[in-house]
Design a protein around this ligand. Structure first.
Ligand code: PLP
Length: 427
């Protein structure tokens, strides 16, 4: 579900024409729909209403301040994985008491910053990190609340780069080791164990891995309580998959129906850290066609956005729907795709200007004919799009717009050449 729709062959975001936004703000351009973001957030909240739930939006999916503050106004907490993300969340007005901090490599500076701001919870990924947080908290004469991140060794059947809950991944503590950590807890003085954390991966399209993970930690929960830890929270992480190509994403309710009774049965409240589910389908990348080119049997559409703007196709072999912003006038509703389109089409690669063969958005894609100057929309680009963008090839990063009804907020200005060198010196 999203608010990108064709009306008489022209693509709109909520009430605004994409062509007009692109003419005004230039390309490449990220455009987000606020209504889509808010509805996805509410859908999760409503689905999980059966148990006390803190929804912490995962900042790394899209860390734009305007999006963060929109979510904060809906009551979101924030899941951060760096000091920089905590800074962004706080800058967007986040309540530190609703912020949780994960990551295998928290530096002393990051931990001190989080302690100073009194965040709700550290999701801790090793004994060494736990000792360090204990030391830093003791020095400040404060107590840090901890959820131990467990590695339940389940396979979420997603891309290997976004699988995090298998034994061979660097994340979390395996269950045997976790019990040893409990045995050594008496060596610590400034940390309080209040929960467990289980983020098993991303773009997960099945409920079972969540259920399996919860089943696997039952014994550990009992072991914690037997040792006097008042476990109050289970943080299930994020990972809920969205629709990129096939309509195979599960609704939030299906995850909730499976997870809520188990969490309640464990006598805990629930923390969720959805990222992609909230923003993924709430954003598109708009790019202009620069040139058409043929090489042997191959056809290329060369556009002005590149892998530095959206790296998912080359990093994860990710599929993004792509369609011209202006298409046949009889098209109304969601974007057509190669399987439903009956009109004329060519098989082509959609590529960018970056000097890498990995710089592509689609390979052998069936698209209606396009020409120089036409606009293309790359759909489902709201998550891990701009937040992974770089300046590779010294390309200024795109502008970002947040559309709400008939209004567009310039959430991030387009970078300039001067921005590229602002922190550098010649000699
Ligand atoms: C990346 C991440 C998330 C969000 O994952 P999504 O698939 O975007 O929902 C949540 N929690 C942690 C700890 C993460 O690293």
């Amino acid at each position: 579900m999203d608010y990108f729709r064709y009306v008489d062959g022209r693509l709109l975001c909520e009430d605004l024409q994409i062509e007009e936004l692109a003419a005004r703000h230039g390309t490449p351009l990220y455009i987000y729909s606020r209504r889509t973001i808010v509805e996805h957030f509410q859908r999760i909240r409503e689905a999980f209403a059966g148990v006390e739930t803190l929804v912490c939006y995962s900042v790394k999916a899209n860390s734009n301040l305007a999006l963060l503050s929109a979510m904060r106004r809906e009551g979101a907490g924030f899941d951060v994985v760096s000091g920089g993300e905590l800074f962004r969340a706080l800058r967007a007005g986040a309540d530190p008491a609703r912020c949780v901090f994960a990551g295998v490599g928290k530096t002393d500076e990051e931990i001190e910053y989080a302690l100073e701001r009194r965040i709700f919870l550290f999701n801790v990924e090793s004994w060494a990190e736990l000792e360090n947080i204990d030391r830093l908290a003791a020095a400040r004469k404060t107590t840090a609340q901890i959820a131990l991140r467990l590695n339940p060794d389940v396979d979420p059947s997603t891309h290997t780069y976004i699988t995090t809950g298998k034994k061979e991944n660097k994340f979390g503590v395996d269950l045997e080791l976790a019990v040893h950590i409990l045995d050594r807890w008496k060596e610590l003085s400034a940390v309080r164990l209040v929960g467990i954390h289980l983020h098993i991966g991303s773009q997960i399209l099945k409920v079972e891995p969540y259920v399996d993970a919860l089943a696997k930690v039952k014994g550990f929960l009992a072991a914690c309580r037997a040792r006097g830890h008042a476990l109050a929270w289970i943080d299930m992480g994020g990972g809920f998959g969205i629709f990129y190509k096939d309509r195979d994403a599960r609704p939030a309710r299906e995850f909730a129906d499976a997870v809520v009774p188990l969490v309640k049965g464990y006598g805990c409240g629930l923390i969720l850290e959805p990222g992609r589910f909230i923003v993924g389908n709430a954003g598109i990348l708009v790019t202009r066609v620069l040139y058409l080119k043929e090489s042997g049997k191959k056809k290329f559409v060369i556009c002005d956005a590149g892998m530095n703007d959206l790296i998912r196709p080359t990093l994860y072999s990710a599929y993004h729907r792509i369609w011209p912003v202006r298409t046949e006038p009889q098209v109304s509703g969601p974007a057509p795709d190669e399987s439903t389109w009956k009109g004329p089409s060519h098989v082509t690669d959609v590529v960018g200007p970056v000097c890498e063969s990995g710089d592509f958005f689609a390979k052998d894609r069936s698209l209606p004919p396009v020409g120089r100057g036409d606009l293309l929309a790359v759909f489902s680009a709201g998550a891990y799009g701009f937040s992974m963008a770089s300046n590779y090839n010294s390309r200024p990063r795109p502008a970002e717009l947040l559309v709400s009804g008939g209004e567009a907020l310039l959430a991030t200005e387009r970078e300039t050449y001067e921005d590229l060198v602002r922190r550098e010196r010649t000699n």
